[in-house]
Design a protein around this ligand. Structure first.
Ligand SMILES: Cc1cc2nc3c(=O)[nH]c(=O)nc-3n(C[C@H](O)[C@H](O)[C@H](O)COP(=O)(O)OP(=O)(O)OC[C@H]3O[C@@H](n4cnc5c(N)ncnc54)[C@H](O)[C@@H]3O)c2cc1C
Length: 262
């Protein structure tokens, strides 16, 4: 890592520099949810990378397993020396290796990086965008807000554990972002997942709109069910992604989503 700065009380923006991040780094910045796999140091402090054979990833000859997690590419910016810098915003927590690494990382610390594997494009011509994220998906929300045209009609909800964790996720559409403090909702006896469903349902989305939400898997699941079963929206009009799950390490977000779609 090259440098870091706080984003509210519970996130940290980390900027990476590397000779491999030259100007040909294959990241065309197509979609808000483009992400990489980061490889974190193991207990010995060594970054173990996956091994690839002709058919894709395969077990390493030395039996060691890489510690890989998904992270959104928040920005790729030109560096003064002609290379590029890559920015990732980390939610800080002490429950897993990635959250812990981000909390204590210092300039000079190293990670492995793989990808991005592809780009998930969303429609750019919708009448209105309804976007919701928790802190893990705040970087993707930021990319949404950066990339939507200035005249787009946007409503965005950023759920934060407490108000001090809020920060400005993007300079684009900044006025469209409503902060929802989870501790205040819980103190009032509200359920976070039900509240998310109500916010979206009250906005009364139609097929000409687009609904996107990402964050803790149990929190977004009722919204996915609502959109699929009761909203009457076409499947192309929404996307809901579980980015992590309480009590689960290294959640496979594709598996969670496939389970719910079945
Ligand atoms: C496509 C995609 C993009 C993502 N982009 C980002 C991003 O840009 N920034 C970001 O911060 N996260 C992002 N995430 C989420 C991140 O990959 C997970 O939070 C990941 O589990 C963190 O790994 P860990 O090693 O810290 O915890 P794990 O080893 O995976 O889990 C250990 C424990 O930590 C808990 N935990 C995991 N994540 C969190 C969290 N955020 N808050 C509190 N507890 C947690 C788990 O419930 C589990 O009990 C993204 C996920 C996906 C699928």
């Amino acid at each position: 890592m090259a440098r870091a700065e706080p984003l509210g009380a519970l996130m940290r923006r980390i900027v990476f520099a590397s000779p491999d991040l030259d100007s040909t780094f294959p990241f065309p910045a197509l979609a808000p949810v483009d992400h990489v796999k980061l490889a974190f140091p193991d207990a010995d402090g060594e970054v173990v990378l996956p091994q690839f054979g002709p058919g894709g990833p395969e077990p390493r000859a030395d039996g060691r397993r890489p510690t890989l997690r998904d992270y959104t590419i928040r920005a790729v910016t030109p560096a003064p020396d002609g290379s590029v810098h890559l920015t990732i915003d980390f939610a800080l927590h002490d429950h897993g290796p990635a959250g812990r690494w981000a909390t204590t990382a210092r300039p000079g610390d190293t990670l492995g990086m793989l990808g991005p594997r592809g780009s998930r494009l969303f429609p750019a011509d919708r009448r209105r965008y309804l976007l919701a994220a928790d802190l893990s998906a705040a970087p993707a929300l930021g990319r949404w807000l950066d990339s939507l045209p200035p005249d787009a009609d946007v409503v965005a909800w950023l759920f934060v554990p407490r108000r001090e964790a809020a920060f400005r996720v993007s300079t684009g559409h900044a006025d469209a972002v409503r902060i929802v403090a989870e501790d205040e909702l819980l103190a009032g006896g509200r359920d976070l997942a039900d509240h998310l469903v109500s916010l979206v349902a009250d906005a009364d989305p139609a097929d000409r709109d687009f609904v996107w939400a990402a964050g803790e898997a149990t929190w977004v699941r009722p919204l996915r069910r609502h959109l699929r079963q009761s909203s009457g929206l076409a499947r192309e009009a929404w996307e809901v992604d579980g980015y992590w799950k309480v009590g689960v390490s290294d959640l496979d977000h594709h598996a969670v989503d496939a389970e719910d779609e079945g």
